[in-house]
Design a protein around this ligand. Structure first.
Ligand code: ATP
Length: 270
């Protein structure tokens, strides 16, 4: 059970350079997580506490998980991932215990980054109903807060959480000493999309004519994850046409296919 809910994954390989269009957010995460880990004296000298927890919020597929993995990789920290939803769905009666285990696991593997995806699953505003399920979710969240409150030796364990539903969060988790550093990861701008397309085609055999700026202009509303699948889809069209080089027309066809499969604004089904 424990292994399923939380994973010490293989050391992530994502690097800051693999993340496109959110340079400011990368910088903020580095200041909140990397600096306390690599240069704790700086905080002592200035006389401030480093942030306790970082909350990444924004639409799906914009690079939140990637950002957490990249900072773990770049600082050689153990990356421990837990999904809030999984805790709640599969382990009724065990949520609080698993949160305790999570922090123990991190302490045994310092320096470590605890990444809690879908934090809203355990930290939503309280609903009207008082079913036992809600009480259980509440207990899981209280355990998380108490672990964070009891945190003394700063820096060697960082906590990063992510959510697509910032508005639904219980504000109690945002107090100082808890998730006190909020970083919004937005949908990419046109310049951001251009950079993300360049990143995800790095290993592709592209014709010279392929114009990222033009494609970026045609992919308004696409997330990083959706741009990644657009590139893969374009590659599939080249293969279908028995070519090894990917042309502009392949991207055009991929865009048409995505338009057919999905109404605008909804995430692409993989
Ligand atoms: P969710 O909220 O759905 O968990 P997320 O914000 O955590 O999404 P990721 O899991 O980081 O999104 O992104 C999924 C994949 O999409 C990444 O592995 C990466 O390949 C691609 N991707 C997303 N955003 C970016 C980006 N800014 N730059 C480059 N690639 C990106």
């Amino acid at each position: 059970a424990r292994a399923q809910a939380m994973q010490v994954t293989e050391q992530p390989t994502a690097e800051y350079g693999d993340i496109g269009g959110i340079d400011e957010q990368v910088q903020e995460v580095r200041e909140a997580v990397e600096d306390p880990l690599t240069n704790p004296e700086q905080f002592v000298e200035v006389g401030i506490e480093p942030p306790t927890g970082v909350l990444l919020h924004g639409p799906p597929g914009t690079g939140k998980t990637m950002l957490a993995k990249a900072v773990a990789n770049e600082t050689d920290a153990t990356f421990i991932k837990m999904a809030g939803s999984e805790l709640v769905q599969k382990f009724i009666g065990e949520g609080a215990r698993l949160v305790r285990d999570l922090f123990e696991l991190a302490a045994e593997n310092e320096p470590a980054i605890i990444f809690i995806d879908e934090i809203d699953a355990i930290a939503s505003k309280r609903t009207e109903s008082k079913t036992s399920g809600d009480a259980e979710v509440q207990r899981t969240m209280m355990q998380l807060l108490s672990e964070m409150d009891g945190f003394e030796a700063r820096g060697d364990i960082s906590i990063i959480a992510a959510t697509n539903r910032f508005d639904m969060l219980d504000r109690a988790i945002l107090r100082p000493g808890r998730f006190d550093r909020l970083i919004e990861v937005p949908e990419p701008t046109v310049e951001g999309r251009e950079k993300i397309l360049a990143i995800h085609t790095r290993d592709m055999n592209l014709a010279d004519e392929v114009d990222f700026a033009d494609l970026a202009g045609k992919t308004e509303g696409f997330s990083g994850a959706e741009l990644e699948s657009l590139c893969t889809e374009a590659g599939m069209f080249a293969i279908r046409d028995e070519r090894t080089e990917v042309h502009t027309e392949d991207f055009e066809e991929a865009l048409e296919k995505i338009d057919r499969d999905d109404s605008p604004g909804t995430p692409i089904a993989f």
